[in-house]
Design a protein around this ligand. Sequence first.
Ligand code: GDP
Ligand code: MG
Ligand code: K
Length: 300
Amino acid sequence: MTNKQQYKSGFVSIIGRPNVGKSTFINRVIGQKIAIMSDKPQTTRNKIQGVYTTNDAQIIFIDTPGIHKPKHKLGDFMMKVAQNTLKEVDLVLFMINAEEGYGRGDEFIIERLKNTNTPVYLIINKIDKVHPDELLVLIDQYKQLYPFEEIIPISALEGNNIDTLLTQIESFLPEGPQYYPEDQVTDHPERFIIAELIREKVLHLTREEIPHSVAVVIDSIEKRENNHAVYVAATIIIERDSQKGIIIGKQGKMLKEVGQRARIDIEALLGSKVFLELWVKVQKDWRNKMSQLRDYGFRE
Ligand code: GDP
Ligand code: MG
Ligand code: K
């Protein structure tokens, strides 16, 4: 006991271009499906905290919306959230895709990093896709761009070097309390996670036809004691009438598939039988209406 180190804890923000693997990383670390994953950019719109707890430390991860040049109000909003986050945290993980190398998106982010004093680790993800020689070139290149505290190559998908990274973060964090109980992995309400799981299925199944502007609102979550099941009603919000047919599909086939896949994940999340009822609603140009954004759960 006498030699035991003080408990350490802190907040760690993950930033990087869309699709570099931020959600995959969080999910691997937390071991539970909380940040949604997709092969389309900009899937993650809210801050999601994944809490990683050991006997010596607690790391609270924040999966920030992708930092990018804003194109509309939603983009603006995302930028603001991401920027504020950078200044509040103990450490920033700037994640890049080893396969892609340096691009204008990274340039934009590095400019933002220069405006904060928060230490930054460069995380080179997807090393399973590149030759070690390419990796060395990339490391050299990025070293010139910013004084990173550490440069750590990983594969979030295959799990390579994740332990090294976690150990490194633990030793870096300041002394602090255990903010969350050890069995808590996220502070987001189930409602939000359920909405994200449904949205993920829509994006996966509709491919290019349905843009990221799709939103999901949970209308009700009801636990019924008689059969120990949970009843969820949710509405998928789209921007154009033409998208309605795509989401519903021939004879309702698409919507049914979305519902079936989402239900399986929601059942795993809640640990009980789930009945899921899905509705589709057209709400024109919702991305540009801030008041509506707030209705849909966006927070500053
Ligand atoms: P985000 O937008 O940064 O949150 O990226 P996601 O976590 O959604 O990942 C985007 C895509 O990259 C998904 O198809 C992942 O399966 C894939 N991906 C993530 N990490 C790795 C990795 O280490 N190796 C490979 N090969 N693919 C990865
Ligand atoms: Mg993501
Ligand atoms: K994504």
